[in-house]
Design a protein. Structure first.
Length: 574
């Protein structure tokens, strides 16, 4: 791109024509990005300079070293600017000096494009095999709390409202020990599954992992294209997912058995997606499972769930075979008023796109929609995002191989891989625009967790990525398009304070109804902005219809575009 830019400038200098400044800027932008948008990795300039450590850098002996960890965009201090939380890991063989061990990181948004590391002050320092993170105000005190899953005991960080957090997992009863082996907790999400106004907590589990007995590459039983690699998950016992019910007094009770969560076999659970897939007003739970059928827990309204993944058509790939599911996201990509699902899978397979037909029935439209061409990537984080604000949700997938051993072999796309960005064409199909969307998309990393949020509040959606044994990415979206947008920050009163589960319809003058839900967790082990973002295209105004988990429906007529709207349940128009 830089060569093209220089060539264009030289041509201007040689030309006898006189261009205005706006014309020159417009021409430059057009040359730089055919899609009108480019993503630039500004992590280092922004101050995100803490490396994520996870397993061996050149060789892994255990499956645990391959999963990596998540990342979160959330406004922990409620100043209206998104902060960033990075889950971190560790290594089996490493002995760290005092003060040098890897730890989770919290970066405060300085509101000028930079961030400050406030980890130590916040009380979030912890070293261990971190996995996923999710956000929700579980105690309804007005400050969003943070849950972090681990191989071993998890952490529930209560937000004290003063910039600090306290781990109250044990007092709150969300400990995951008690068995013979540490639990391998993975994806998570806060969800008010019984709609009592208190946020409950769902945690996926991967396998029963025992470092003392699990097969290692030295045994030669586990091979990937001729390479001896870490073993699993096939052949290992699957973990059991957990559902904790919020008792309303700051504590939780394990209701996994009572709620029917344990009625399924161990399924190697990874990504967790919570949404109302059957449009009945009650949240359902979808879990992307590795090397087995994925699970869809439909809500029975009585505190129980029924797993219907196979019957619903979201358990397998288009060929009816099990897939190695990783990350998941939901959106109404075709504007029919129902939430569809995208899921990332292992190398050699495509990602999956499940079109919601209603009545708990989905159709695999991966190939019809244009997402079936890429098979060389190993996908992790997944997100629907309207990167060009045209009102049609696009798809971004984050990639990276699990085996660092393949780094120099030329196998597949290598260990470090670029992302894939699909532009929604508005007709049920997508086009791969990865090559045209800027260096941030093309930069090759061993990516894992991916979160979406507008960190600079300029109206377009940015991307944060947690990488394995590398520095994080912060992909700032720079747009030359003139499309409008609207953000909606929902605050529950009768419903849970974070408004998780709230469905918002955004209606423009041309009659188009855009729809999304406030959700916790999602993607791969990550948390995106709790504010809902709507691209409006050329519309300068919109109306809102808000369906709160409490059952209240509110309508807000005619609001101006290009603003962040804060809506409090029961108060009507802001």
């Amino acid at each position: 791109m830089s060569g093209t830019r220089r060539g264009f400038i030289r041509s201007l200098c040689r030309s006898v024509l006189v261009f205005s400044f706006d014309q020159i800027v417009g021409r430059l932008r057009a040359v730089e990005s055919p899609v009108g948008v480019k993503f630039l990795n500004v992590a280092r300039e922004a101050g995100l300079r803490a490396k994520t450590v996870f397993g061996g850098e050149h060789r892994n002996r255990y499956l645990l070293e391959t999963t990596g960890c998540g990342i979160a965009f959330f406004d922990f201090d409620h100043d209206g600017w998104l902060d960033i939380f990075l889950v971190n890991g560790t290594r089996f063989e490493a002995k760290f000096d005092v003060g040098s061990a890897p730890t989770n990181r919290l970066f405060k948004n300085n509101r000028d494009g930079t961030f400050s590391d406030v980890t130590a002050k916040s009380g979030l320092v912890r070293t261990g095999w971190g996995q996923g993170c999710c956000v929700g105000d579980y105690n309804s005190d007005g400050s969003d709390d943070l849950f972090v899953s681990y191989w071993g005991e998890c952490a529930l960080y209560r937000n004290n409202g003063d910039g600090t957090f306290t781990d109250v997992a044990r007092q709150a009863g969300v400990t995951t020990g008690g068995g013979k082996l540490p639990r391998w907790n993975t994806g998570c999400a806060f969800v008010d599954y019984d709609r009592d106004g208190n946020l409950d907590l769902f945690i996926a589990n991967y396998i029963d992992f025992d470092v003392k007995t699990v097969p290692t590459p030295e045994g030669g039983t586990c091979l990937y294209k001729g390479l001896k690699v870490a073993c699993g998950p096939p052949g290992l016992n699957g973990g059991k997912n957990i559902l904790f019910r919020n008792n309303g007094d700051g504590t939780f009770s394990d209701v996994s058995k009572k709620a029917g969560i344990l009625n399924t076999k161990g399924t190697y659970g990874l990504g967790v997606l919570v949404a109302d897939f059957d449009d009945d007003g009650w949240p359902d739970i979808y879990v992307a499972n590795d090397s087995s059928s994925s699970a869809l827990y439909t809500n029975n309204y009585d505190g129980t769930f029924t797993e219907i993944g196979i019957e619903a058509g979201v358990a397998y790939g288009a060929d009816g075979k099990s897939q190695a599911g990783m990350g998941v996201s939901a959106a109404d990509y075709d504007g029919d008023g129902r939430l569809d699902i995208v899921k990332t899978n292992f190398a050699g397979d495509t990602s999956s796109l499940y079109h919601n037909l209603g009545n708990n029935t989905f159709e695999d439209t991966t190939f019809q929609a244009g997402l079936g061409r890429n098979t060389r990537f190993l996908g992790w984080g997944a997100a629907f995002l309207d990167f060009d604000n045209d009102g049609w949700p696009d798809v971004l997938l984050c990639n990276g191989h699990v085996y660092p051993e393949i780094g120099n072999t030329g196998t597949d796309a290598g260990c470090r891989q670029s992302k894939v960005l699909y532009r929604n064409l508005g007709n049920g199909r997508f086009r791969d625009v990865s090559l045209d969307a800027g260096p941030g998309i093309l930069e090759e990393v061993a990516g894992r967790g991916l979160a979406i949020g507008d960190f600079d509040n300029d109206g377009d959606l940015d991307v944060a990525v947690n990488c394995v044994n590398d520095f994080p990415q912060l992909l700032r979206c720079d747009s030359s398009l003139r499309n409008h947008w609207l953000k909606v920050k929902c605050v529950g009163t009768r419903s849970n304070r974070s408004a998780i589960g709230t469905r918002v319809y955004c209606i423009t003058a041309d009659g188009r109804r855009r729809m999304d839900e406030v959700r916790s967790g999602g993607s791969y082990f990550s948390q995106s902005d709790l504010r809902l973002h709507f691209g409006l295209g050329q519309s300068e105004k919109a109306s809102l219809e808000i369906h709160w988990p409490s059952g209240l429906v509110e309508k807000i007529e005619i609001v101006a575009a290009n603003q962040i709207l804060r809506v409090v349940e029961g108060e009507g128009a802001p």
